[in-house]
Structures are given as structure tokens and as C-alpha cells.
Design a protein around this ligand. Sequence first.
Ligand SMILES: Cc1ncc(COP(=O)(O)O)c(C=O)c1O
Length: 455
Amino acid sequence: MNRKEFLKMTAGLAGGVAGLPLMRKLANAATAEPGLPGAVGAVEASAAASRAGSAPFENLLAQASAAGDEEYFWKLIRGQFLLDPGWIYLNFGGLGACPLPVLNSLVEWNQAEERAPSAGYDDKRWWEVKEKLARALGKTCRKEDIGLIGGATEGVNVIVNGLPLKKGDEVITTTHEHVAVHSALLNRMQRDGIVIRLFEPDIVSGLGNVDRIARLLTPRTRLIFISHVTCTTGQRFPATEIAALARSRNIWFALDGAQAPVCVPFDIVETGADFYTCSTHKWMMGPKRTGFIYVRQGMLDTLRPQTVGGGSSERYDAAKGEFVLQPTAKRYESGTQNDALFYALGAACDFVETIGVDRISRHNRPLAERFYHGLGEIPGVERLSPEEEAYRTPMIGFRMKAHTYTEINEHLAKDKIRVRPVAEGGLNSIRVSFHINNHDGDVTAILDSLKRLAG
Ligand SMILES: Cc1ncc(COP(=O)(O)O)c(C=O)c1O
């Protein structure tokens, strides 16, 4: 069933989803876009006219692109969020916001589900979502290698608990990992006696991180599990080089990618990771409580699912003692699913694809770079993101000599600027994320605010 057919079907059921109050509110928000300063180019008049005639959002974007009107293009994109206009939101690395097409999809599918509850989900549609996700993750990523789960915390636990680690086996990770990774490893340490080996990320040399890992290797090392992009300072690790090192020593390599897809352009297969997980509610702008796990081809039987149930097996027979897991990463999915969440994740993939990950990066990186260099001119600021531009991302970390991270956070909040305080690794710092909801004025606002704080 395509979208048109779906809408026709739901209209037939109960007067149409477009008549719902929330849908109307969302539709209004999409069109009641506040004006931004500056000329928006020739395309604006025709866009306004088209909007009145409810031209699809994609057409407006295409018109803005064809007219070469970048400013209007990004203004249209910003108009797709319900974010409170009184605040500057610089924390997609924490919690992303869903754009309207994703929210609409979520409402539509939830309504459809409540009108005609279905036992089990539509397998074909489920695969379509994975196909879209696979496309967003690179040229050769296969849908069969992706399992849809609740988020990175769940994925990290699937990986740490699913690998056949024994007492004394060593795992290398960083001091900058999210609580999800450290907790899962510590839990396995207490339960099974694995040993955690930590290294401090090298922010001077990106490749220096490969050396730091190499120095921790011993004959007992079984797993390297690090972030693809850290949640602390937005540091991107040289995944391919680390994967090569791991492969050469017959060690598993897992990436916590909660902060990577859409934040940075990359190809998941080319990272060389055996296992990869992500929360898709952040940079990918999907609904909360959605995520995925990717398992490199050929590695499925190494990573035994610890939670199984309806959907995880191809067939089972308790009387015969037969249990055959799914031959794909679907084996990590189990039980009743909230399928509306994942269908709306498909809408998020469409939204990202309509703009393009490279274009998103060309928008976000200059904002973050201007911020990074601006920080360098504020007395008493210590920048924590990598010194080499190639390892920086649209997330920048910093702290101030004269102020605690709580003071900085409170000061910015008074100026209605939302960032993320960072306690991980004892950094006591601030992280600032720039995404497609932001513009140059936001960079100016946060730099001005920090200058005032610095006195
Ligand atoms: C690097 C990293 N890993 C894991 C997580 C956990 O994500 P979730 O709480 O969505 O499971 C986060 C969340 O911020 C993160 O930044």
C-alpha cells in the first residue's frame, strides 16, 4: 500500500486523518513560518503561492534548490520543526526533534493502528523501513544486516551481552563513552569477570587514537568498543584504521554510533565495524525510542541474541527441541512492536534523503566551525574538540577556566540557549550541537552570550 492508498483507506475508515486536531495543528505549523531577516530570493513569492495551494514540501525544496536560493531552502527546513521559537536549540546530540513529515506519519500510523488494531506487523513495510535505513547508511549496506530496536542503549547491550566473552577477556574502550557503554561493560565485568581497559582520546592527533589502542592490546584482548563520534566533544574516531588493527589481531570491533548517522557522512560498511548501533531519534530525527543494530555480514552467529521471542526465530518447536533463529538481523527483534514508531522512522529516512546527508553536512559543519574558531577568541575558554578539522563534527565541546559547567549551562539557559552539560570522563564541560534547525544567527547568539559570561 502506498501513502496515497493509505490515506484513502483511513479516510474511508473515519472521515480521514487530515481532519484530526493534531494533524491540523501540525499542518498549520508547517505553513505559519515566522519570517527571517534578509532577502529570501525570487522563489519566495511562488513558494508562498504554492503553499497556499498546499504544494508538497518536496516541491518547494526543489524550487528553492533550482533557484539556488540556499537561504530560503534552509528557512523552509527550519519551518518543519515545532521547536519553541523563543529558544535556540543546540542539542540534537541529546534529543532530536522530529520534523513535521515524521510527526504526521507517526500520527497517521498510530491512528490507523487504533482504528483497526492488527496482530503482528506488516512484514513488507517493516523491510521497506530497513531498506530506507540501509540506503541512508551507505551504498553497500544491506537491509538484512539491520535490526530495528529501541535505541543505542539496547543495541550496546545486545552487543556486550551477546558476544561469547569469558572471565579474563579484555575489552578496550575510551574514558569518553556514554553511560550506556560503560554500564553494559561494567555489568558484564561483575557478572562474568571481563576486564575493561580504558584510554583517553587523543584530541591532538586523530590517528594517535589507533596508537593508544595498539598500546593496550594484549593476548587477552577480544573486543574494541568505542564511539564512532563521542557524545562528549563530538570527536570522530578513525574507524577504518581501528577496524584494520582489530582485524589483524582477530579482535571484534564494535561502534556506538548514537551520534554518527546524519551527523557525519560515512558508509557503515566502510567503517569496518563488526557491530554498530544507533539511536535514530537524534541526528536522524526519527521518533523517540527508535534505533538500529547493524551486524556485519557473516557475524550473525557470533552475536547471540539474549532477548528472543515472537519474530526472532524462523521456526521453533519446544516438543522437538528445535529453535532456528532468523537468518538476518531480524533475530534481534522480538515481541510486539510499536510499528507506528518505525514507519515514522521510514519517514525520517525520506526526509533526510530529500535533503541529502552531504548537504546537511555542508550546512552544519560551517556553523560548528565558526563556533569552534569563535571560542578560540574568548579568554579563558578551553576547546576540547579535536585540533584536526577532519576529526571534528557538528558537535563542539568546551569548558571555561573561571566557570563550572553548571554555571555555563545556567547562564546560557537564561539567554534561552539549550546545550548539553557533559559529566562523562570527568570533563565538566559543555557540548553544543548544530543541526538543520540552526542558522548563523544562533552561532552569533551563543558566542555573544559566552563573551558576556567571560566578561
Ligand atoms: C554515544 C551515545 N551512546 C549511547 C547513547 C544512549 O542513547 P539512548 O539513550 O537513546 O539509548 C547516547 C545518548 O545520548 C549517546 O550519545
